[in-house]
Every structure is written in structure tokens, then in C-alpha cells.
Design a protein around this ligand. Sequence first.
Ligand SMILES: [Zn+2]
Length: 166
Amino acid sequence: MTETALDPERRYLVPVARLDLPGQPDDVHLSLYEWLPRFEEWATGMALCGYSTTQGALPEGTEATCRSCEAYRPQYQAVLDAEVRAAAERVARKREAAHAADTPENGAWFTVWLEGNWSWVTKKMTTVQREYAADRVAAYSRYLAECDNELDLGEPEGLRWWREAG
Ligand SMILES: [Zn+2]
């Protein structure tokens, strides 16, 4: 398992080495492997069976020999699978919401914002009307970002100039 192929949003089950101390059973354990943003690195924790372990994942394919860890594996795997499903659903919901914003009205307001003099046009509106128009532009902008597979960068700058003006 190369670390560049790992998704920092996910946790993995990996084989880990025992502590090199007397009295430790001579076993390969299993541990959760997760990205620690604070330290900007991947780390293992305690073994599933509760033993402390040597930090770091053993090479992929190393067989876990601890029976207790193996007994816990299905439970942990089920939790990890559920996490992956939940993350995929979050992405799908976000995509769905972004695509729902592909309406003629949103597209029309986006074009006004893009091609017109936005502050001049919106100056003629009440604040309620401006906010509504800005919502349409923002929604269409999110839709376009989603189509381009870009991160949502937030609202276009100056979109709600009246808020900045106070
Ligand atoms: Zn174990």
C-alpha cells in the first residue's frame, strides 16, 4: 500500500508489528491506519486486541497472526465500509444539489453577473432582490465548479458588494 494511493479521508486496517519488549506475544497485529492532519502523517494506533504496537504499517500483504485481532477484524471492517459508503453518499448528495442548480433562471443570472456590470445592475434592486439574484449566481457557480470537478471555491468575489459596503 503506497501512501500516495491512500485517501486521507479514510481509515484503513493494516498489519502492525509487536512492541520489541519481553513478554509481548510474538504476533503480527492489526491496527487502524489514519491520516493525522496535525502531524501531516499517517499513523497506526493500538492493536485491535488492545496491545500496544510499533508505530507504522507493515508491508501490504503481511499476514496478521494475532487471533484476537483477527476476531475483531469483521467488526472494524464493517465500520470502515460504512464510513466509505457514507462519504460516497455525501459526495453524491453534494453533486445532486449542485446539478439541481442547473436551471435557466440561475444560468441567466450567472450570465448577467459574468457579462454585465453587476454592481450597477444590482444597485437598482432592493436588498431582498439583490440577495435573491446573488443566490442564483452562487448556485450556478457551484454547479459549474461541480461540472469541472473543481473544488467549490466559494462565492465569486464582490457578488454581494452591498454586504461589504455595510
Ligand atoms: Zn492483536
